[in-house]
Every structure is written in C-alpha cells, then in structure tokens.
Design a protein around this ligand. Structure first.
Ligand code: NAD
Length: 701
C-alpha cells in the first residue's frame, strides 16, 4: 500500500483513507494507492467500500505540479473507471473542499455523503481548462444541463446543501464526526440493499433540451469570454453528454481537455495562478515573521474609497470605524455604504440578516479620540499631500504604539507622508482599487523605513479580506498607475491621430480588456486625472496627450458620474454611446495643434497602448519597484482587468517577443519623439540577448 493511501476493514466495510497533506491532492501516489486499495477490496470480505480523507479536506483537486509533465499511469480517468466498475458499492465521504479531480473522483463513486460545511466544485475553467475526468459527462447526467454548465463555466464552488438539492450529493450527514457518520451511512446502504448507482447509466433525453439552448448559452458566454476558450469547450462537452453515449462523451472530453492543456490561454492562466501565490512572498521578509494583531480598523475619509474599504473589512468580520470631517459627510458616507449593501440584497447575493450583521460592524465618528484603540488606520481623504500629512500628524498623536498607519493614496510619496509622524516604521501604503469592496487588487506600498512585520501583517490581512496583495516600493503612481500613464497617454494621442474613442476601446476590448482605457477614465472620473495633472510640474509641454480630457472636464463632462465624458451615458442603464460632439471636439483640437489625422489598425492601437505598459514595467523592474515581472502581471489582471487569458502585460510581452517590442518602440520613438518613446535599458538588453522577462526573473531570484 502507498504511504499516502491506507486500506483497512472495519467490520464489513473496506475503508480507503487518503492522507496526502496539505490538501490530499491527486498525485500519482494517491491515484495508484486508491487503485490498489480498490483492487484489494474486490477480493476481501467487505460488503462495501468507503473512500474518505484525513486532514482538513477531501481530495481538493489535481496535483497542479504534475501539469505539463509526462502522464504517469494510472491516470485519474483510469482510476475512476475502476471505482465506477467496482462490484462492491463505493461511497465517498466529503469534508472540506472537494474540487476538480477530487469532486470528479466522488462522482465516479456510487453514492456521496458530505458534512454540511463541505463545498464541491469544478474550478478548472479558472485555469483555462475543463473538468477532464468525466465531470462534464457526469454532472449534467444528475444535475441537468443548465445547472451543470453554470457550475462548470463559472468554476465557483457550491455548498453541500446546494449540491444535495441538485442531486450531486446523496446525503448531508448532520452531526457527529465524519468517519463514524459516514460508516453508519454506508452500513444503512448495505442493509437496505441499495443498488450500485452508476451515473454513467443515466441517459439525458435530448428532447428535454430546448431547441437552440446550446447556441444561446454560447452567445451569452462569448459576451464575457475575454479571450478565454475553455468555457466554450465545456459547452461542447456537455452537448456531447446529451448527444453521445458515455464513452464517446468521455473521449470528446479528453480530446478537448488535451487541446486546452496545450493552449496558450491556459498557459497564461496557469501563469497567473502561480504568480498570485508568488506575489505574497516578500523576498527579504521571512515567511514566519510574527505579525501584529489586527482586531479593529479605522478608515479616515468616507468617500468613494473609504466606504468601499470599510465594507471590505466588515465583509471579513473585522470591526471598522469611519472618521469624517463633520457629521454631514459622515452620514453621507454611511448612507452610501447602506445603499451599496441594499443593492447586493436586491441582486439576491446577500441576505438582509447578513447585511445587518455587517452594518453592525461599521461605526462612524468625527473625533480622533475614538481611534485610540485601533490596530490599523487607513487614510482615504482627498488626494492632497498637505491634508494627508495633517491627518497623519493627528493619527500619530492619538493612535496607540504599534498601530499601523496606512495611506490609500494613489500617487503621493509614502516616505514624505511618514515624516509627519514620529513612527515612520509603522507607516505604509495600502492602495485599494475602485470599487474597493469589489476589486481584488491591493498594492502594499513599502516606504523607506516601513518595518518588515508591518509588511507581513498587511500582506496577511489583505488576504484575509479577500484581496490579492502585491508589494510595491515608493514611486509616483506605484506599479499600476505609474504604468497606466503611458497607456492612457497613448490612447489620448491615438484620438488626436485619428481614432474615435469607440475605436480605441473596441480594439482593447476585443483583445480581452474588460473595459477600454477611455471608457475606464470616464468611469474613474476625468477630474481625477485633471487634478493630478494640475498638481504635477513635470508634464511635457506638448498638450496632445491630455488636451481633450482637460477640455471635457472644463465643460463639466467628468465621466460617468456627470452622465457624460468621452461618451454619453444612459442615466438608467449607464450604457455608453459615442458622442458626435466629442468626436468633433477631438478633430478641432487636432487641427489646432496641426496634427494630421489618419486610420489605424487594431494591431497598431494595441501596440501604441500596451507597449508603454511593457516599457514602463521594465523600468519598474530595473528600479526594484516591483519584486518580479509576474507581480506586475498580477497587478494588471486584478487591478486593471487585463485578460488573464493573456497572462498580464509582462507575460504577454514575452510571448510577443521582446525584440519585436523593442524594435517597434524604436520606430515609435523616431516617429513621435523621445519624450514619449524611450526604450527601457532592461528591455533593450533582453531584446539583444534574445531573453524573456521570465528568464531574467529566474536569474534574479
Ligand atoms: P473622495 O473625494 O470620494 O473622498 C474623500 C473623503 O475624505 C470625503 O468624503 C471627504 O469628506 C473626506 N475628507 C477629506 N478631508 C478629510 C479629513 N481631514 N478628515 C477626514 N475626512 C476627510 O475621494 P476618493 O476617491 O475616495 O479618494 C480617497 C483617496 O483614495 C485619495 O488619496 C485617492 O487618490 C485614493 N484612491 C482613489 C481611487 C479612486 O478610484 N477614486 C482609487 C485608489 C485610490
């Protein structure tokens, strides 16, 4: 027997126990261990077999480290055939999270029981894959085609109760410990003479599927696919489950799984999966650094960001106090939070009771004295360095020793802000993204003097409130917004050179961006960039990159919030539409500046917009602002909705080829001027050496 799978007879039940910490992943030794144990059970005195796991979870999924390596027999599908064809009843007992191959293993069993806290799911789509061990064939046979598709194309796990309602779990075992209750359940099945229920024996009646159902489902998916191909392949597999016998369906599933494993989309999504985990590691901070206890948090400023940040903490069960300048501003801030929660209730995503619990955790104040006892303060007041320093000086005087003082500033110098306090080691940046209760990215900004335990604490806390954390050192705009400036500038330049806002945005959206950069600036508010520009002294004299945006702000067109910006917005649906007035304004401004307008291909639009991201990313790496290129990818995928199926800007650049990018940047330099296009030395070096950012990172780790 393998050392990660054991087998024993408990009375008349053969018990196969998997013990492969930390999550009982389906490594080769687990697969062969189950196979052997099952074989043994066929020949002994057992009447039935129980498959159960030690530790914190049932088999949580495939062993992702085996991806890309030559397959070792037995493969998971082979093991599942043995389970399904066992002449003795096989029952899976699920606790923790049975995901992917883990859940598929349970589906090959004849019955499934689960504790109420268990979750099951098929998250393969999140790695650009599909459930490749029969999931696409078995789930629709029990749960129905629509429910199966929703489950597999979203990849989201569901509770044991929901799975039971869908027929995917036969028994939710209440009370008692897992093993004892599961054994009782198996005994009951044996005593009642329960039949060997093989999901493969169920046939889906094709006439039960509405005509056009699959076509419509595909159309819906295409709208949000953003470059992903796996969701569509999942539909093809489920279609096969309806139209083909089980074995042919399994073959189809294998064929499409193999296609996806080898696809660039899946490779990019797997890159992001690992990059996200890697980003949490700070190179010079030991993983076991003791962290500070964060029990109470305060937010200064209850505006757009402060309210969203407060919700993020309340959602994670952490009490939070919101401080505003006066009662009116406070009530407005709290009112927006309540309104946001009520929208979530209306959408059916949260119950009234849950919202009440969360609101209970949010209190308001106008007095700094109420902050004496908090463990972390996040400042989210106006983006003005003097106001911020005033706030930090006050915090320094009222907050207890050891309290972490963080700023949500988008651009200001954290080191300068820290000078307003007598404890710069406790100061850092926590840069959330808007809407802060939804967006997953958190840039953790490390000041010159920020203590290592402060960083370790904030990284851990960020994860607790559901964020993906990336470390950035101090520079103007940190990783994300610093890179954005060239991206945004080129989009504006393209308008002056002859594109309409809709052309630029549709090229970006066809590439897979959730929203084009011009529509995004409308969403963020054009006044935000306007104010930032007015506060900067080092803008190039050439107004080509911002003249239209500035004029729109001066016309009162601030973006979505004022109903119009680069686009006009439907007040009810917020749907955007092109505005001929803006297009005329662009032409007028281009003529004023003597710029001749011309046509651009989508490819050139992408190069103009994305190559500055890559070039600035290279500078950020050389300066040590970001720890590694994959951190930059995480920032862009989670903070700026860069398509995960393209892997983030630095990964994408490696695929395009750094030499190609370098040469094109040189052409743009010659055409548009060196103040905009100056190849980063690192990009130039890697291009000449024929290397990638990934290779550079590996040699720097
Ligand atoms: P906002 O104008 O919506 O809110 C600022 C709030 O701070 C207002 O409610 C104001 O009353 C309050 N305030 C001002 N001075 C104060 C003081 N001295 N004490 C207490 N409260 C005070 O601004 P916002 O968009 O929420 O931005 C806040 C910060 O977050 C800025 O530093 C901004 O750069 C940063 N940020 C904004 C975004 C975004 O997309 N809006 C994204 C990331 C970071």
């Amino acid at each position: 027997m393998s050392n990660v799978v054991s087998y024993e007879l408990v009375d008349n039940i053969g018990v196969i126990t998997v013990n492969n910490p930390p999550v009982n992943a389906l490594s080769h030794s687990v697969r062969s261990g189950i196979q052997n144990a099952l074989q043994q059970a066929q020949d002994d005195d057992s009447d039935a077999v129980l498959l159960i796991c030690e530790g914190r979870t049932f088999i949580a999924g495939a062993d992702i480290t085996e991806f890309g390596k030559p397959p070792q027999s037995p493969s998971l599908p082979e093991v599942l055939v043995s389970i399904e064809n066992s002449k003795k009843l096989v029952v899976a007992a699920i606790h923790g999270t049975a995901l992917g191959g883990g859940f598929e293993t349970s589906l090959a069993c004849h019955y499934r029981c689960a504790v109420p806290g268990a979750k099951v799911g098929l998250p393969e789509v999140k790695l650009g894959l599909l459930p490749g061990a029969g999931g696409t064939q078995r789930v629709p046979r029990i749960a129905g085609v629509k429910a199966a598709l929703d489950m597999m194309t979203s990849g989201n796990p569901i509770s044991a109760q929901a799975a039971s309602d869908m027929g995917l779990i036969d028994e939710v075992i209440e009370g008692g410990e897992l093993r004892g209750s599961a054994l009782n359940y198996v005994r009951d099945l044996v005593e009642s003479g329960a039949p060997l229920k093989r999901i493969r024996d169920i046939n889906i009646d094709p006439s039960s599927i509405e005509p056009g159902f699959f076509e419509n489902y595909r159309k819906q998916l295409a709208r949000k696919a953003r470059g992903q191909i796996a969701p569509e392949r999942i539909v093809s597999c489920v279609e096969a489950a309806v139209t083909m016998p089980m074995d042919r369906g399994l073959e189809r599933e294998r064929e499409l799984f193999t296609e996806l494993v080898q696809s660039p989309e899946s490779a990019a999504m797997r890159h992001i999966f690992f990059a996200e985990r890697e980003a949490a590691r700070i190179k010079d901070v030991a993983g076991d650094t003791p962290v500070r206890d964060i029990r109470r948090v305060a937010i200064i400023g209850g505006g757009t960001m402060g309210g969203g940040i407060a919700m993020s903490f309340a959602n994670a069960g952490i009490p939070v106090t919101l401080l505003e300048i006066n009662d009116e501003a406070l009530q407005r801030g709290l009112g927006i939070i309540r309104k946001n929660y009520s929208i979530t209730v209306k959408k059916g995503k949260l119950s009234e009771a849950r919202v009440a619990e969360r609101l209970e955790l949010i209190s308001g104040t106008t007095s700094y004295l109420d902050l004496a006892d908090v463990d972390l303060v996040i400042e989210a007041v106006f983006e003005n360095p003097d106001i911020k320093k005033e706030v930090f000086a006050k915090l320094d005087s009222v907050c207890k020793p050891g309290c972490i003082l963080a700023s949500n500033t988008s651009y200001q110098d954290i080191d300068d802000i820290a000078t307003a306090t007598g404890r710069p080691e406790d100061v850092c940046g926590m840069h959330f993204f808007s809407p802060a209760n939804v967006m997953k990215l958190l840039e953790v900004v490390r000041g010159e003097k920020t203590a290592k335990d402060v960083l370790a604490t904030v990284m851990k806390l960020g994860k607790k409130i559901g964020k993906v954390c990336v470390l950035s050192k101090v520079c103007y705009g940190f990783i994300g917004n610093r890179m954005l400036s060239g991206y945004g500038r080129e989009a504006q330049m393209l308008l002056m050179d002859g594109c309409t806002p809709a052309q630029v945005d549709s090229a970006l959206e066809n590439f897979g961006m959730a929203m084009g950069v011009i529509a995004m600036s409308d969403l963020a508010g054009l006044d935000v960039g306007y104010k930032a520009r007015k506060a900067r002294k080092d803008l190039p004299a050439d107004p080509k990159g911002y003249i239209v945006a500035d004029t729109l702000v001066e016309m009162g067109r601030l973006g979505q919030k004022s109903g119009a910006g680069f686009y006009q917005y439907d007040p009810a649906t917020r749907a955007r539409s092109s505005d001929p007035e803006v297009e005329a304004l662009i032409r007028e401004k281009a003529a004023e500046l003597g710029i001749g307008q011309q046509q651009f291909s989508d490819e050139e639009i992408l190069q103009r917009c994305f190559f500055p991201l890559v070039n600035e990313g290279a500078l950020i790496l050389e300066e040590g602002i970001a720890q590694r290129p994959s951190d930059i990818d995480v920032v862009y995928v989670y903070g700026y909705a860069f398509p995960a199926a393209k892997g983030g800007p630095m990964y994408w650049a490696d695929q395009v080829g750094l030499k190609v990018i370098y040469e094109r940047i040189c052409e743009f330099r010659d055409r548009y001027g060196e103040q905009y296009w100056k190849p980063a030395p690192l990009l130039e070096r890697l291009a000449s050496e024929g290397k990638t950012f990934a290779e550079w990172a590996a040699s720097n780790d």
